[in-house]
Design a protein around this ligand. Structure first.
Ligand SMILES: C[S@@+](CC[C@H](N)C(=O)[O-])C[C@H]1O[C@@H](n2cnc3c(N)ncnc32)[C@H](O)[C@@H]1O
Ligand code: SF4
Ligand code: SF4
Ligand code: SF4
Length: 303
């Protein structure tokens, strides 16, 4: 079975479900949210990242590249992705660590082995492993089932962090192995959802209703982005929807927008389109939280 690309394995994570967790970030996502703090996870292939601040312009990468994919424009190394065979030679030659490729292939066995290292912490804290990304449910189904079976058979509880924009079968097939789904509702206005994420929200909401009917444990996550979805109207429509379908009675998590991922866009050679977004104030987050609580939901600010 084909190994899958992972950008990061984050240990001691406490924001992706109960207890201490290991969060695995898979590469590839069907959406492209303008505010996404993990842009390096969006494409399904390895992606080159160059850190201008670390680069001294020494030219070692251009000299070492066997395929002639790097040339110098003055002190600036320019990399041609069409010519690059991702051989990693330039990474080794760059003494400043200014060059890297997002995404490394992992087999099921490697991921299970990595996750098992922290099993005592999971047991003490009622934690486990969270599969995130990118969009983990857009990955190879067989790989995912084997990984989740491998973890659950060893007593590790697995959470799935998803945007829900995948075929229903991809969600259905992991229900037996999933402790809790962390399920995003980003925006209720489908037109604005499409503008901000690249797709409308119909499939996401349909899948959420099906998931809830299946009896699976679901925590709702809402990234609250100032200037986009921090309105009373969006919150009311979200709560109306959840109420109408009896979803998310356990938890709603409001995640205040942050721009800590913005530097990664420039390292990927991409423009950060979220410059006008703001982090909602504490008072505004509290108002939105109060709306959830008044409607009888359990809710909190943060993951
Ligand atoms: C990177 S996503 C990966 C999982 C899945 N693709 C999703 O969107 O739910 C993990 C969580 O981070 C949130 N998130 C992404 N960018 C964010 C930002 N700039 N500020 C706050 N939360 C953000 C998402 O809304 C989601 O709840
Ligand atoms: S080897 Fe590293 S520091 Fe030197 S030019 Fe290339 S990227 Fe910059
Ligand atoms: S990864 Fe290999 S082919 Fe690509 S730029 Fe670096 S040295 Fe050249
Ligand atoms: S769905 Fe998640 S990973 Fe994909 S772009 Fe949006 S926030 Fe990022």
């Amino acid at each position: 079975m084909k190994a899958q690309l992972v950008t990061d394995i984050q240990k001691y994570s406490i924001h992706d479900g109960e207890g201490i967790r290991t969060t695995i970030f898979f590469k590839g996502c069907p959406l492209s949210c303008v505010w996404c703090h993990n842009p390096e996870t969006q494409e399904y292939r390895q992606q080159f990242m160059w850190n201008q601040e670390k680069c001294t312009g020494c030219g070692e990468c251009a000299a070492a590249c066997p395929g002639g994919a790097v040339f110098m424009e003055g002190p600036r190394p320019v990399t041609d992705p069409e010519k690059c065979s991702v051989c990693h030679t330039c990474e080794e030659y760059c003494l400043q660590n200014a060059r890297e490729f997002a995404g490394r292939e992992y087999t099921v066995e490697e991921l299970v082995r990595e996750a098992l290292k922290d099993q005592p912490f999971y047991e003490q804290s009622h934690g486990g492993v969270t599969l995130s990304g990118g969009e983990v449910l857009a990955r190879d189904k067989e790989f995912l089932e084997q990984l989740m079976r491998g973890l659950t058979e060893r007593g590790i509880r697995v959470n799935v962090d998803t945007c829900g924009y995948v075929p229903w079968e991809n969600i259905e097939s992991v229900i037996p192995y999933t402790d809790t789904f962390l399920y995003d509702i980003k925006l209720m206005d489908s037109g604005l959802h499409e503008k901000m994420t690249g797709a409308g929200n119909e499939r996401i909401l349909d899948n959420l209703v099906k998931l809830s009917k299946s009896g699976a444990a679901v925590w709702i996550r809402i990234p609250v982005v100032g200037g986009v979805n921090d309105t009373d109207r969006n919150m009311k429509e979200t709560l109306d929807f959840l109420d109408a379908h009896s979803i998310g009675q356990k938890w709603i998590h409001l995640l205040p927008y942050h721009n800590t991922g913005s530097g990664k866009y420039s390292r990927l050679g991409q423009e950060y389109r979220g410059r006008d977004f703001t982090t909602p104030s504490k008072e505004r987050m509290q108002e939105l939280l109060d709306m959830c609580l008044k409607r009888g939901f359990q809710a909190r600010i943060g993951g």
